[in-house]
Ligand binder design. Sequence first.
Ligand SMILES: [Zn+2]
Length: 719
Amino acid sequence: MQDSATESNWLLPSAVTGAGVGLFETVWATFSASSSTKGFDVIWVALSLMLLGLAVGVLVGLGLAVVRLGAPAVLRTLEKLPTELWSAEQTDRGLDLLVGVVTVPLAFLVMLRSVENAQVTFHDQHLMAIIQVGEVLLLVGLAGLVWGVLRGLLGRATSALRSRLGPRKARFVSSRTATLVVGLGFVAVMWKVWAATAELRRAVDLSWLLSIVVFVALLLVLRRPLGHSRRPALLAAVLLSGVSSLAADAFLFPFSQTSAATVYAGAPLGGIFVRRLIRLSDVDDDGYGSWFGAGDCAPFEPTIGPDALDLPDDGIDQDCSGSDLRRAAVPAWEAGWTPSGVPGRNLVLITVDALRRDRVGAYLEQSEADSLTPNIDRFMGTATRFERAYSTSSRSVWVFASLFTGRLPSEVAWGPERPVPAFLMQNDTLAEVLTRAGYETRAYVSTGYFHHPQHLYQGFQTVDATPIEEIKGDAKAMATSFVRWLKTRQDPRPFFVWVHLFDPHSPYTHRPEFVDEDDLASNYAGEIRYTDQNLKRLLQTLGRAPFSENTVVVFASDHGEAFGEHGDNFHGRTLFGEVLEVPLAISVPGAPARVLQTPVSLVDLFPTMLDLLGLQVEQQLSGRTLTEAIRTGEEPDGRPVFSELIPDGSRPERQWALLRRDLKLIVDVHLGSKLMFDLSADPDELENLYDNDADEAAALMAALREVIERIELRQIDAR
Ligand SMILES: [Zn+2]
């Protein structure tokens, strides 16, 4: 702290550094794999990020000034720490080594154990990853503490050592040997933990660390040339520019949805800051901010915001949709149907967790030998296959709730339990309807995830599922159990069986019999092959069974799986194609094999399955029956397909997606950001057209509002 540069101001260097990091992040975001930002939008991204960087830089500069003025001792202690740790003083090598031999392996074992525990305990990979990063930090600290205590205890207990460790040396001064041993030990531990958590690290994006490194480096470089001036006028100007650039950015940001999307998806620190600032702007604490285009239209009124229910016809726009909800304008729910199926038929619903549509051979132009799913393909070749089926969400609980009730995830009744809300008894499920109709109902589920508190087994008379302690069961065991039951079945009642296989869900097992490489994408593929192989016997037994002529078989997955396509991995946090597009095929006795092209939703399955069994329900549903299309081959009508993410105790995201013909809209309600893609020209959903075609964007938004208003009305009427 003795050189003159540190005595000068940090404000100007820090402000310039902030803007510089903004420029760095612009380059980073523009060239990231999931970005197609170009032309004027790049300039807009640069402007947004540099203004934000400048504001943050000013804040950091002020912070540094405060630390230097208010707590110079803190800076001095930090300065002395390296010399304390790296001392030429020979304290006691033997003692250091001995303590190191005990603490480092101990830390290692505890850490590995905690990784295993976290993998078993939490289904939520993001939560797991955050917990583990926290655990690693905590354990490093704990190991250091154990090291210090052991060193002190041993030093005191051993008289021979005590004489060599004089009172002066008894305080913590580490020798170079000790620092090296401990340092290397922890590097080894970290390396092992890094390797063990490869799958989990996909869940956390640490690229913001790079931006921090760039910030610190740039700040140190700029400190000398820019830090000398102490002219009050200049410093005041810097301060003022920090405040005004923040205000300007918050105002300008929403005018380009394309660049906003680039910032959110690609700018590591910038994206985090904008999200934080939006949180900060939630002064009325209704969960929604108002800066940067976020959607709270009444920032000081807690009863008005995007999550509020819009009471119909009261003249107040409580949900910030732009107008008051009018009951008369809300489209009706699906009308009932006249059952067209044959009463008494059996129903087998086979679902595979996290199976992407583009990993199923039937959807790809490839030879049978290249297919990961020859047995699923064979089944689909005998059924009605839906070329474009979409899930109602990208997370199992929400999806199965829709699938079993014919309602959208937010129309289902949920309890308040945390972290995952409970599926309430008042929901009437497919298994309950079929039980009332005299069916035997059974579930074979190879995951422990659907036990309490989700109650997704509601209505099943028999459940054969993996215990709750084990997240992941095994397709082979489930298929065997199902086949054994099927072969020995004597019950005269018709049956409904749900078989859910979980193997393609993370954490993936490496299956050397199917894939050579031991990486995430290959292991995912290996799990799909393994699942398909076990489905072979199941499907064959079903096909040969005496009652097969009288059995409807439905095959689907609940959602897909992301591999970084839009900067995210796993599923449950976005509504892009990689997590929403699912395989779907329905085999009905007597119906010929065919392929239908119109987009359909998994919410359509509930009415379709009941209709195929010759049954009818009184409830108002959001899905429609696809029976006519299956019977005649005529395409179903091209109504919009809606999907959503709803917040719960573990995740805050609220997002809506609407697909109408080839145009898809995705709205992040918290951020107020909007994406629009033309899937016919851009199936990978990379080019945001929201700013380009105002008419189409407005039409899609209006169609989305219709769905939301119907959901709101359902929620209001249920209260
Ligand atoms: Zn799932």
